[in-house]
Ligand binder design. Structure first.
Ligand SMILES: NC(=O)C1=CN([C@@H]2O[C@H](COP(=O)(O)OP(=O)(O)OC[C@H]3O[C@@H](n4cnc5c(N)ncnc54)[C@H](O)[C@@H]3O)[C@@H](O)[C@H]2O)C=CC1
Ligand SMILES: O=C([O-])CC(=O)C(=O)O
Length: 293
């Protein structure tokens, strides 16, 4: 089952109010038609025939909230859009930005399973912003070009589930630097929420990150075999965790080879152990939400 060599239609929710993503995607070198919808009645029109569905729709955090606190509202929004995609564009690549990503990705998977159209290679949680932040914060300390200061970030997309593998960079860090950097990368989203003081979270950098991921997917669909991006997908990299973010080779089928974690330092091993129970519970929450409804 292959996607058209040229992506022809991209459905983006909610395009009307997410101008950043739309603007960034307008630079994509593809004749793709970008659609959105203004209400449930237009959902079918927007989705029919879409090759890629991007879901940024959902409420953002306010200071003091965790991403999981968004579950009650966003789970329903994502479930509704997933139902639309399962019915109208079951073969599309679905990229989930709406939080809590650790749970909203399993929600989409369960909806697709209910409709017998689930293909794990075609579902992605967008965690690009974590690597963008990691590269930026490492550059703040070590200098150089953030585009070349690549940091592998694995796990999930919230607090302690975000695991930057700083031991795999070319830099040496003191333990103090490691702890400060790790915390900043894990809670970078909280810094933005606090700074925006009730006006939302990282909207524009999310738009840029979403566009970067969609562009990568489109490049892979056009046959580029060198595209590797971090993303939260169905994975068996960590036993017992059905979904996990790590570097993934993208192909015309979607998820290609999922890279293994590589060697972890003792410190990173501890971070992983701390992340596992939270990630497990976030995943179960998403799965049970669909199974129980
Ligand atoms: N994965 C990531 O890296 C990131 C994820 N996020 C998440 O993205 C989501 C959106 O954040 P922002 O764009 O900053 O919020 P926002 O409040 O600026 O925009 C949310 C949009 O969702 C739309 N919406 C709400 N219900 C909808 C529905 N039922 N159908 C279609 N559209 C609907 C609203 O009209 C609004 O335009 C939040 O859940 C936020 O936590 C934000 C930053 C990074
Ligand atoms: O922190 C938030 O709520 C939004 C988000 O996911 C991020 O900025 O990484």
């Amino acid at each position: 089952m292959k996607l058209n060599p040229h992506v022809t239609k991209l459905a983006l929710f909610d395009i009307v109010n997410t101008p950043g993503v739309a603007a960034d995607l307008s630079h994509i070198n593809t004749p793709a038609k970008v659609t959105g919808h203004k209400g449930a009645d237009q959902l079918g029109d927007a989705l029919t025939g879409a090759d890629i569905v991007i879901i940024p729709a959902g409420v953002p955090r306010k200071p003091g909230m965790t991403r999981d606190d968004l579950f009650n509202t966003n789970a329903n929004i994502v479930k509704t859009l997933a139902e639309g995609a399962a019915k109208h564009s079951p073969k599309a690549f679905v990229c989930v930005i709406a939080n809590p990503v650790n749970s909203t990705v399993p929600i989409v998977a369960e909806v697709f399973k209910k409709h017998n159209v689930f293909d794990p290679k075609r579902l992605f949680g967008v965690t690009t912003l974590d690597v963008v932040r990691a590269s930026t914060f490492v550059t703040d300390i070590k200098g150089g070009d953030p585009a070349r200061n690549k940091v592998t970030v694995v796990g999930g997309h919230s607090g302690v589930t975000i695991l930057p593998l700083l031991s795999q960079t070319e830099h040496k860090f003191t333990q103090e630097e490691l702890e400060a950097l790790t915390k900043r990368i894990q809670f970078g989203g909280d810094e933005v929420v606090k700074a925006k003081d009730g006006l939302g979270s990282a909207t524009l950098s999310m738009a840029q990150a979403g566009a970067r991921f969609a562009n990568a997917l489109i490049k892979a669909c056009k046959g580029d075999k060198t595209v590797v991006e971090p993303t939260y997908v169905k994975s068996d990299v960590v036993p017992g965790l059905e979904y996990f973010a790590s570097n993934v080779e993208l192909s015309e089928e979607g998820v290609g080879k999922i890279h293994p974690l590589g060697t972890l330092s003792q410190y990173e091993q501890k971070l992983l152990e701390a992340a596992i129970p939270e990630l497990k519970s976030n995943i179960a929450k998403g799965v049970n939400f669909v199974k129980g409804n």
